[in-house]
Each structure stands twice: as C-alpha cells, then as structure tokens.
Design a protein around this ligand. Structure first.
Ligand code: FAD
Length: 434
C-alpha cells in the first residue's frame, strides 16, 4: 500500500514552509516536496521580511533566524534621469525591539525556516518535482513526483509552488498566466563592508534603510526600483510588468534597466565599489484582487504566489505568502479535529478566513490600481519629470521671482497634461487607492 499523509505541501518557499510548519506543529503527518536542491536554492526576493506574519507562526523567530538589518528608515524616490524628489521616513520607534521589518537573504532564511519545519516533525523531500496532481474524479487525492514509484497520497494537497504554478494550470484550477498580471524583476546583491554601508546610509550597526523608486528608470513602463541594505551587502533591483516589456518600443531588457538604475547619479555613489555576489530574475504576480484564481476545491488549496497573493502597491509578498500558508493549514487542522471530509465545502473555510484577514482586505482596497496604472503610463513617465523640474525651478536661486517660478511650474504641468488631464489623473488615482 502506498503511504498516505494527512497533507502534502508542494514547495518550500515562505508559503509552503508556513503551511507545513503549522500542520506539523499540530501533530499532523505532513510531506513537503521541493524541487530545489535545498529550500531557498530556487527562491528570489528583495528581500524585506515583515515580522508580524512570521511572529504568528514562530513567535520567537528572532532568537535564531538569519536576519540582516532591522529597518529604521523608508525612502520613496521619484526619479528623472539626473535627479530625484523624495520623502524619507525615519523613526526611533523602529529602533526599539520587537522590530517590525528586516532585510533578509532568502537562501539563508528559507534554509532556517525549513530547519524549523523539520524540527516540527514534517518530512521534507528535496530535488523532487511534483509533475502532476493525482485525481479521483474532481478530487485531488495525491501527487505524482519525478521519481520511480513517485505517487504519494494525502487527504489534502496544498499548492505552494510559486508564481506560474504549472500544477494548478495542468489541473485546470488556474488559467494560463497573463503578461498583464505579472512583473518581471531582476536584482543583484552587491558585497560591501558593513562600515561603508553604515556611513553611506547614515545608519548604525544592525540598522537598515529601504529605498523604493519610480520614474524615468522604467522608461514609462509600470514598475519600480528598489535598494535595500543588508549586513554586508546591498540589494538593488528593478521590475516592470511583463506586458510592458513585450510592447516597449525600445525592446528594453530588465538587465538594461538595472544597469541604468545603477548608473543614476543619485544611486551610483551609494553602490560604488560593490562587488556583485548574485544576480537573478523572477516573476512577481502583480495582477492583484481580480487575478486571484479559485483557491480551494475538493482535496486542494492554493497559497502564496501560486494564488497571486502579492500587494504590489506596498511591495508585500512574503507576508501574504506566510499568512495564506498558515490560514490554509489552520483550516486543515480544524477540519481534522472535527473529523470532517476535506471536500470543497470544508475547505471553503480557508477562503472565509482569508476574506477576514488583511490579505484580501488589502488586495480588495487596491483592486483597481493595476488597471489604472496600466492605462496611465504618464504616472511613470510624465509626472516624475515634471515633479523633478518643478523642484529644480523652485530651489534654483537665479534672480527670478517666486511668483514667476510658480507660474512656470504650473504652466509646465498644464502643458503636459492640460487641466482636465491633471484633475482626471488625481481623481483616478484617488479612486484606485482610497
Ligand atoms: C525581485 C523580487 C523582490 C521581492 N521583494 C520582496 C520583498 O522585499 N518583500 C516581500 O515580502 N516579498 C517580496 N517579493 C515577493 C516574494 O518573494 C514572494 O511573494 C514569495 O517568495 C512567495 O512565496 P511562495 O512560497 O508562495 O513562493 P516561492 O518563494 O516562489 O516558493 C515556491 C517554491 O515551490 C517550489 N516548486 C515550484 N514548483 C514545484 C514543483 N512542481 N514541485 C516541487 N517544488 C516546486 C520552488 O522551487 C520554490 O521553492 C519579491 C519578489 C521578487 C521576485
């Protein structure tokens, strides 16, 4: 008789680890399957870790998790080719434990998380790809792996296999991934001595800074850049919607955008001398609320990137991944305790829990934002230039009186977007984020 588990989790990223850990901790018999050589070997993230989601799973994670720096300062920059206009928020409250956000290196973090999963009692098999779901009618009863005798059975299968889940697509749970619903991001890790990072970013030991950027660097495509401080390295990256790369008249590549970002006069001095340690590219599901597929059925649930759970407006993904993983696991635990069958009716409790959490509330709040941004490329091309020129006009002291300067600034906005366009853009944006 083939072995049967209470649950099988496919994938050992944050969503899969959260689900597997929660299930194993509750005493369930869980198998986790990961195609990578080890958890983290196939994963890409900025990476900012949001403490709250992990605290709800492993409250004392700070004791031994590989954390780089806690974030004390958030910068938001609007770039044009020569300058930026920015806001910085820095608070001593962020310098008091328990810290709210950290930078992490995913390969190390995922390995650590996985060690907790195994300590909790789950069985992890790496270097094994799940090729398809085993069905009995419309019910998932197990998985088929790329090993001899690779059929394994369970009461429920949790798909935590990341963006572009081929398993869900093959089973007909997902439609084909659409270019307008995913961003393609590239990033580099640049090695740099700790003291240099601390001096350049005006931070002390263990303190960190996040810089999020938008503007000319994405050449009018919907996308953003980012720069994060790790302990002795910096992470720099940029991502744009895949549909925009496809239609970009200059046929720009993600790599070319990253090179351009690194050469920006406001960025270059911050990363100067950095030695490249790692380069990677990955998709991010950024379709938001309307792109979330069906996430449960008879014997199956979908968590994390596989379900499109990313809040692109706030650059949050791993926390949604961990929360969806935890909520899916709790659904199974409650069902098991109540002796219920793992059918769609029972597993619909997962959707109800999600709807009640920040995950769906936030995705719903920003549900129209992807469409608005997609149809308004001037937010990424025209406005950053206008705002930077306005700042330059107002801050340059050249004998021209301030009233004349204000008229010049207003005139440049009206010439670029007309009054109706400006009002229309403001209303559209307000409606999309209210
Ligand atoms: C460049 C970049 C920067 C980002 N920055 C941030 C950030 O700063 N903060 C943040 O919160 N989020 C960020 N994100 C998003 C975040 O990385 C994801 O939301 C998160 O990793 C999703 O976790 P997951 O477990 O659902 O998927 P993943 O981490 O992708 O894990 C899926 C796992 O499933 C495995 N797998 C896939 N198919 C199979 C199969 N058939 N069989 C076996 N195993 C399989 C894969 O090998 C992988 O290990 C970023 C993403 C990118 C690309």
């Amino acid at each position: 008789m083939p072995e049967k588990f209470d649950a099988i989790v496919v994938g050992a990223g944050p969503s899969g680890n959260a689900a597997t850990y929660t299930l194993a901790k509750a005493g369930l018999k869980v198998l986790q399957i990961e195609r990578g050589e080890y958890p983290g070997s196939k994963n890409v993230q900025g990476a900012i870790l949001y403490s709250d989601a992990l605290e709800k799973i492993i409250p004392d994670f700070r004791d031994d998790a590989p954390l780089e720096r806690h974030i004390i300062e958030q910068r938001m920059w609007l770039l044009d080719d020569k300058s930026f206009v920015g806001t910085h928020f820095r608070s001593e409250d962020y310098n008091k434990p328990p810290y709210n956000r950290y930078t992490i290196i995913r390969a190390q973090f995922d390995k650590w998380f996985s060690s907790k999963v195994r300590e909790a009692g789950a069985l992890l098999i790496c270097e094994t790809t799940v090729e398809q779901l085993l069905m009995d009618g419309d019910r998932v009863v197990g998985v088929r792996c790329d090993r001899i005798g690779g059929d394994v059975f369970a009461d429920v299968v949790i798909l935590a296999d990341g963006v572009n889940s081929t398993l869900a697509r093959k089973a007909g749970f997902h439609p084909e991934i659409q270019a307008k619903n995913v961003a393609l991001a590239v990033k580099e890790i640049l090695f740099m001595p700790e003291e240099v990072i601390q001096a350049r970013f005006n931070i002390g030991e263990e303190e960190g800074v996040v810089i999020e950027m938008m503007g000319s660097v994405t050449e009018g495509m919907v996308g953003t850049g980012f720069l994060y401080t790790n302990k002795d390295s910096l992470t720099i990256g940029v991502g744009c919607m895949l549909s925009d790369f496809k239609t970009n008249p200059n046929r720009t590549t993600p790599y070319a955008l990253l090179e351009k970002l690194k050469k920006h006069p406001s960025i270059a001095p911050l990363i100067e001398g950095g030695e490249m340690k790692e380069y990677c590219a990955h998709l991010i599901p950024e379709g938001g609320f309307h792109a979330v597929p069906k996430i449960f059925g008879h014997g199956w649930m979908i968590v994390g990137d596989s379900g499109g759970f990313v809040n692109a407006a706030h650059r949050e993904g791993s926390n949604l991944a961990m929360t969806t993983g935890r909520l899916a696991a709790e659904t199974v635990i409650h069902a098991k305790a109540a002796g219920k069958d793992m059918d769609a009716k029972t597993l619909s409790a997962y959707k109800a829990a999600l709807d009640d959490s920040f995950v769906m509330k936030d995705l719903k709040k920003y549900r129209d934002l992807p469409e608005v941004l997609h149809n308004s490329p001037h937010f990424f091309s025209t406005y950053p230039g206008l705002v930077n020129r306005a700042a330059q006009t107002m801050f340059t002291v050249d004998g021209v009186d301030k009233k004349t300067k204000e008229r010049e600034v207003l005139g440049s906005f009206k010439a670029a977007r007309k009054l109706t366009g400006l009002v229309g853009d403001a209303v559209k944006l307000w409606r999309a984020v209210r």
